[in-house]
Design a protein around this ligand. Structure first.
Ligand code: 5AD
Ligand code: SF4
Length: 441
């Protein structure tokens, strides 16, 4: 054994998937996973740079680790913040000896060896071929599998740091993705989540996202296919048809809207209008009965007026989202939004007030929708034990969380439940016993 390694993950599912790849690679190299940073010989923070808050959390954690870790432990920062800050991270935190961006994990074992010998190193070059195809991920989740199908991003939304931290868009070859999915099914996992920054723009040179959905959806043993996050402009008719026709593709789309004002969307360089977004929603709903929609919304983008914000509120109402992640705009160094005139800046107290109003509207909408589902029946997949005592946390195909009674042996199993209660956001469910076939007389 080379040592104990502890990985802490921040940010999106792509980062969770990257952490699984890193741990898999290090396990192949003789490292064993540690339960806590205090025991570890190697501590890796796999970081996010999307908002300033995400980075502040990591800086705080790095400070905390100083008092926690063994004197001989090596600390590495990986992921988007590592890519963004590079050498500045080594200067800011003297106990950090490795800084590795999202395309540099192949070098991890070699760099670790050098770091453990006392060197400090940075690897932040982009590699447009890199998919870590030969890595075997060490999966954290036994019920669903994250399957990265695309890395990087070619959109240039003016608020977003991701094109700078994850480089240009590239897709894995479809046969490689299918092989990975067959592998997870063989391990007993029946739900797969396809990951990409704009996942429905997937194209491997031969096959597009519709082909990918059909191929993955038909792998024997796969019961649920999800994907995140799509871009509204990449929902071609072929993709929508594939979603509707492949029975394993779940009735849920996380469809980032960002704003309901065409003027703001244009300044965000989202490449669609309010009407275009609403039309995309309509096409999806027409094709997929019972579709559940969730979204991301940013408030306080430079130049957002009260009127623009009202348009966001009315779009949220018009769609009737099942849930939304809501954010205050956070300026990211080097992005086009930071070059907009100073006078466009939305004061923090205005943005805070808008965020509160938006959250209240989203909650009220979700609550009304969820109350309307009471009494309905759903198939759920049991994911884990719930935080609340003796209950299990399960998930419907349309992405509702349902708490059901039962013990750990049900994790990974499918049940039929009736939705009996809701807090407004999550449900409680009663298990409907499977009907036994009557004995033949
Ligand atoms: N400020 C606030 N929110 C942001 N997001 C991306 N960049 C920023 C930023 N600079 C949000 C978007 C995106 C989600 C992952 O994070 O809503 O969809
Ligand atoms: Fe954060 Fe975006 Fe990087 Fe994911 S891709 S870790 S959300 S900055």
């Amino acid at each position: 054994m080379k040592g104990l390694v502890y990985v802490e993950t921040y940010g999106c599912q792509m980062n969770v998937s990257d952490s699984e790849l890193m741990l898999g690679r290090l396990a192949a190299d003789g490292y064993v996973e540690a339960d806590s940073p205090a025991d570890a010989d190697v501590i890796l923070l796999n970081t996010c740079a999307i908002r300033d808050h995400a980075e502040q959390r990591v800086l705080g954690r790095l400070g905390e680790l100083k008092g926690l870790m063994k004197a001989t432990a090596v600390v590495g920062v990986t992921g988007c913040m590592a890519q963004r800050m590079g050498p500045a991270l080594l200067e800011r935190a003297r106990h950090v000896s490795l800084v590795i961006g999202p395309d540099g994990y192949r070098a991890l074992p070699a760099l670790l060896e050098r770091a453990r010998a006392g060197e400090r190193a940075i690897e932040t070059s982009f590699d447009l071929e890199e998919h870590y195809e030969d890595f075997t991920p060490r999966r954290f989740d036994r019920v669903k599998a994250w399957i990265p199908v695309q890395r990087g991003c070619d959109y240039r939304c003016t608020y977003c740091i991701v094109p700078m931290t994850r480089g240009a868009e590239r897709s894995r070859q479809l046969p490689d993705v299918v092989r990975e999915v067959e592998g997870v099914v063989a391990e007993g996992i029946s739900e797969v989540v396809l990951l990409g920054q704009t996942v429905n723009s997937y194209h491997d040179g031969v096959a597009g996202f519709a082909d990918l959905l059909r191929a993955v959806g038909q792998v024997p043993g796969v019961r649920r296919v999800r994907f995140t996050s799509p871009h509204p402009n990449d929902f071609s008719d072929e993709v929508v048809a594939a979603m509707a026709e492949v029975p394993t593709v779940c009735e849920h789309v996380h469809l980032p809207m960002q704003s309901g004002s065409t003027r703001v969307l244009r300044r965000m360089l989202r490449r669609y209008t309010r009407e275009g977004y609403l039309e995309c929603v309509q096409r999806l709903r027409d094709a997929i009965p019972g579709l559940c929609l969730t979204t991301d919304v940013i408030v306080g983008f430079p130049g957002e007026t009260g009127e623009d914000f009202e348009e966001t509120l009315s779009a949220v109402e018009a769609v009737g989202f099942d849930d939304a992640f809501t954010f205050k705009f956070s300026p990211r160094e080097g992005t086009p939004a930071t070059r907009m005139p100073e006078s466009d800046t939305v004061p923090d107290e205005v943005a805070t007030e808008r965020l509160e109003r938006l959250i209240a509207l989203v909650r009220a909408g979700a609550r009304a929708r969820n109350l309307g589902l009471l009494g309905q029946r759903r198939e759920v997949l049991v994911e884990r034990t719930a935080r609340r005592g003796d209950l299990l946390q399960a998930r419907t195909r349309d992405f509702k969380t349902v708490l059901v009674p039962g013990d750990e042996s049900l994790i990974g199993k499918y049940l039929h439940v009736e939705l009996t209660g809701t807090t407004g956001s999550t449900f409680t469910g009663a298990v409907i016993p499977e009907r036994k076939a009557l004995p033949v007389a």
